[in-house]
Design a protein around this ligand. Structure first.
Ligand code: NAD
Length: 482
């Protein structure tokens, strides 16, 4: 059932530069839609290259002072930001529901993660340590120290604007860097609200700046500007590939968190009472618009029929109700472009002979949870990321086949295996080509202090407190002749 709640209206969103809202130089705004019914809920500043340059100049200037702030000063700001997010939790949840169609449970999850990232970043401020190094030269004292790098360009996707909005800003800030963030065109309201939160927390003007607009038009100006020292990007492989080339050419550091087609394996000895809800959570959270979504499920032939029966039963029972009902799991697909992608994957599979065990139909902008079997390599859904509530289930005969099929993909973001056999679990862990792998747990998992990210086409580098200290500071080797 489609929600009958009417869309709340939001104030129009300007850029956030030097600690205040700034109108776009072009004077142009673009509409922000509630994906549930495509109603316009706000207008957001359509940035141009001058806006980007102004934000970068501002961040560069702010860096000259901010780089010298003390750890305890940055720690205090980040702790305060977490306190304010806790205080304003409901407002952030409302934006996540209205702006990107998050069911309230997923919106609450984003707030929890945002809090965790801010608090962990506060701790990072005191961990920017160097080394003393033994020297071959007599009387020479040798050491290495770290400095912040400067302006970090942070680019976020539509699906987790608070998780990535916090993570891609609080870690660089913790280290004394400054940030220019370009949020997804689908999520400018949330990111602007985050900027105001940082400001209230005491972050000096110019340290966190936001320019909204069409990434296709203004993204290159951001990623190639000489003052930008690093690009931290989360989004599609297509845009990630383009950014990788630009960063190579312009000598920028980068972290890329890209798409996925994650496998989830169910062996014959798996506890189905855990594997079925684990697989449901892994693909249907936020209606499948999650990078770590397990859209390929490989099930041992001995338990295949039973698994498919239980999995499809659970999928068809997922609630498509009011997004503010905590039991609702399935909300709308973000945009017409994405809906067309999901639709075409399902129709292509149907036309080429896949069995639609459950789902395949739409209710307004929501796609029913869709479970496919008999999927073959000729079908688009076999290899491409759908980014919707669509999952293919395949029978396998052995662990060898599970590993081979899991690795038969250009992606390598997350993976999961359900088994009671420690040898099978560990062999899978060691041999699966994936940046992250979970045993007897969902493919969706994230914490601030883990090396988060993917291999193969799913990314470059890792996010995490330790990893970001390495990526977002510059080493300097120092000697003192005594
Ligand atoms: P997208 O690539 O379409 O857009 C992401 C961002 O890139 C947006 O802010 C957009 O404005 C910007 N952009 C577009 N062209 C650009 C350019 N030339 N230069 C710089 N920036 C540009 O992705 P999306 O549809 O918003 O998000 C979905 C994708 O993100 C999926 O593929 C998903 O798997 C991936 N994702 C990955 C992770 C992860 O951690 N690995 C997390 C969330 C989403």
């Amino acid at each position: 059932m489609t929600s009958t709640a009417t869309s709340k209206q939001y104030d129009s969103v300007d850029h956030w530069i030097a600690g205040k809202g700034v109108a776009p130089r072009s004077a142009k705004y673009f509409p922000v839609n509630n994906p549930l019914d495509d109603a316009v809920i706000a207008n957001a500043a359509a940035g141009n290259i001058d806006d980007i340059n102004s934000a970068i100049e501002t961040a560069h200037e702010a860096f000259q002072t901010f780089r010298n702030t003390l750890p305890k000063e940055r720690e205090k700001i980040l702790c305060k930001a977490a306190e304010l997010l806790e205080r304003d939790r409901q407002e952030f949840v409302d934006i996540l529901v209205d702006e990107i169609g998050s069911p309230i449970k997923k919106a609450g999850f984003e707030v929890e993660k945002g809090l965790a990232f801010l608090r962990a970043a506060a701790g990072m401020t005191r961990q920017v340590t160097g080394k003393t190094i033994p020297s071959d030269a007599p009387g020479k004292f040798s050491m290495s120290i770290r400095s912040p790098i400067g302006v970090v360009a942070a680019i976020t996707p539509f699906n987790v604007p608070l998780i990535k909005g916090t993570r891609l800003s609080c870690n660089p800030i913790a280290l004394g860097n400054t940030v220019v963030m370009m949020p997804s065109e689908e999520a400018p309201i949330l990111t602007n609200r985050l900027a105001r939160l940082y400001s209230e927390a005491g972050l000096p003007d110019g340290v966190f700046n936001v320019v909204s607009g069409n990434g296709y038009e203004i993204g290159d100006a951001l990623t190639t500007h000489p003052h930008v020292k690093m690009v931290t990007f989360t989004g599609s492989c297509r845009v990630g590939q383009h950014i990788r080339e630009l960063c190579g050419k312009h000598n920028k550091r980068m972290t890329l968190e890209l798409g996925g087609k994650s496998p989830l394996v169910v062996m014959a000895d798996a506890k189905l009472e855990a594997a079925v809800p684990g697989a449901i959570q892994s693909i249907f959270m936020y209606q499948g618009q999650v990078c770590m979504g397990a859209s390929r499920v490989y099930v041992h032939e001995d338990v295949f029929d039973e698994f498919v029966k239980r999995f499809a039963g659970a999928a068809s029972g997922l609630k498509m109700g009011d997004l503010r009902d905590p039991n609702t799991m399935i909300g709308p697909i973000i945009s017409e472009r994405q809906r067309e992608r999901v639709r075409s994957h399902i129709e292509d599979a149907r036309a080429k002979g896949a069995t639609i065990v459950t789902g395949g139909a739409w209710d307004g902008n929501r796609c029913q949870p869709t479970v496919l079997t008999d999927v073959t390599p000729e079908m688009t859904v076999y290899a491409e990321e759908t980014f919707g509530p669509v999952v293919s289930v395949y029978p396998i005969r052995s662990l060898d086949e599970a590993i081979e099929r899991s690795n038969d993909s250009e992606f390598g973001l997350s993976a999961a295996i359900y088994t009671q056999n420690i040898d099978s679990a560990m062999r899978y862990v060691m041999e699966v080509e994936s940046g992250m792998v979970h045993v007897n747990g969902s493919s969706l998992h994230d914490e601030p202090h883990v090396p988060f990210g993917g291999t193969k086409e799913s990314g470059f580098g890792r996010e995490g407190t330790e990893e970001d200290i390495e990526a977002m500071t510059e080493w300097k080797w120092v000697t003192i002749q005594l």
